[in-house]
Design a protein around this ligand. Structure first.
Ligand code: NAP
Length: 342
């Protein structure tokens, strides 16, 4: 039985990967910092109590080394992160401590205590930042535009370095946005899906969002963790992009999610004064707020996952409209007290 250690296992990706690896017969160890945030994800996935918990904070070397010595994992998936781009502008130092230096602590622990283990680093499309609108592949240069992306850039290159310098089987998954009903509530897709469902039920008047024109490549997280697992099953370690190859604006996500909730929106006004109005009754349902704008934003992200397609046999299946619809459906079920199958 293979042993996997997943850091940040109570987050979106960690919980889906836990479910996947349990189904594959792995002995799954979940490492997260103190607290019980995210346990609701385990409950909704029906795997509560099935992952063996290990206490681990990427800020602290001693507990990383202890976890590696205790578990002796065959595979390590590093998802632990301050993962919200917006917050990174307010907490750049903490973001760097966790996302950059934290990965150095972890990789050095692996090198010393468990060099035979296979290591996955959750790298990000945000590394490409302002590299223009063409599809990005594994050879595209990086130009990060946030403290989050800068911290992840360090971790990305460190992972490459431990592979090249120390011979570790270490891979970067350069992940474009992937969403699901298990996304944290601060992320825009989940916020929109939850608002659409609550407005439909008469429990909310309207929702405020930031830049409506930001373009992202959005896939379904459940499918992305399959690609991450495949990266660690290859003869040689390498870096791969996971993406759908399609780009859609925040505005389109809002229209699609509201349509899935049965609300047709019309856009009125421009810039910060723009509003999404219910076509049926004229009520304002979406507002733009400067508070959600980033000091430096990434205009457009779209990825080319051909390498993963060819070498891993991985391909995304869920289309943009279906992703928005399944997220609204899950939010509606939560409001109705029904079982969610995320
Ligand atoms: P997530 O839901 O925010 O999960 C992150 C997890 O890391 C949470 O369980 C969090 O615990 C934990 N964590 C935070 N700080 C920690 C620390 N100091 N030590 C140990 N654990 C800590 O993120 P996700 O969406 O699953 O993403 C997984 C990884 O992929 C992240 O590294 C993210 O940056 C990266 N990524 C995600 C996407 C995406 O679209 N989802 C795209 C590109 C890259 P708390 O609940 O206690 O905060």
């Amino acid at each position: 039985m293979k042993k996997a250690l997943i850091t940040g296992y109570r987050g979106q990706d960690g919980s889906y990967l836990s479910q996947l690896l349990l189904a594959k017969g792995y002995d799954v160890y979940g490492a997260d910092r103190a607290g019980d945030t995210g346990l609701w994800r385990m409950r909704e996935l029906g795997i509560e109590g099935k992952v063996k918990e290990v206490s681990l904070d990427l800020l602290e070397s001693t507990n990383i080394n202890y976890a590696l010595a205790k578990v002796k994992p065959d595979e390590i998936y590093n998802f632990a992160a301050q993962s919200f781009v917006g917050i990174s502008f307010d907490q750049p130092v903490l973001t760097a401590e966790i996302n950059a230096v934290g990965v150095a602590r972890l990789l050095e622990g692996v090198r010393q205590a468990r060099p035979q283990a296979r290591f996955f680093q959750a790298s990000t499309a945000e590394l490409f930042g302002s590299m223009g609108s063409a599809q990005k592949n594994e050879t595209t240069d990086f130009h990060p535009r946030s403290p989050y992306a800068v911290s992840k850039l360090y971790a990305h290159w460190l992972t490459v370095n431990y592979r090249q310098a120390h011979g570790l089987y270490a891979c970067n998954g350069i992940l474009f946005n992937h969403e699901s009903p298990l996304r944290g509530e601060e992320f825009v897709t989940r916020k929109i899906a939850a608002a659409a469902a609550r407005i439909k039920k008469g429990q909310l008047e309207k929702v405020a969002v930031g830049n409506l024109d930001a373009l992202r490549d959005w896939g379904y997280a459940r499918e992305y963790v399959e690609g991450m697992w495949l990266m660690l099953q290859q003869p040689k370690a390498d870096d791969y992009i996971l993406a759908t190859g399609e780009t859609h604006s925040v505005r389109e996500f809002i229209e699609t999610a509201f349509a899935a909730a049965g609300i047709k929106l019309e856009w009125k006004g421009r810039g910060l004064a723009e509003k999404g109005v219910d076509a049926k009754n004229g009520k304002v349902r979406v507002e733009v707020s400067k508070a959600f704008y980033r000091p430096a934003d990434v205009k457009e992200l779209v990825g080319d996952a051909n390498k993963a397609r060819k070498l891993l046999g991985w391909a995304p299946k869920t289309k943009f409209n279906d992703l928005a619809a399944l997220m609204v459906d899950a939010e509606t079920k939560r409001l109705e007290g029904k079982k969610v199958k995320p």
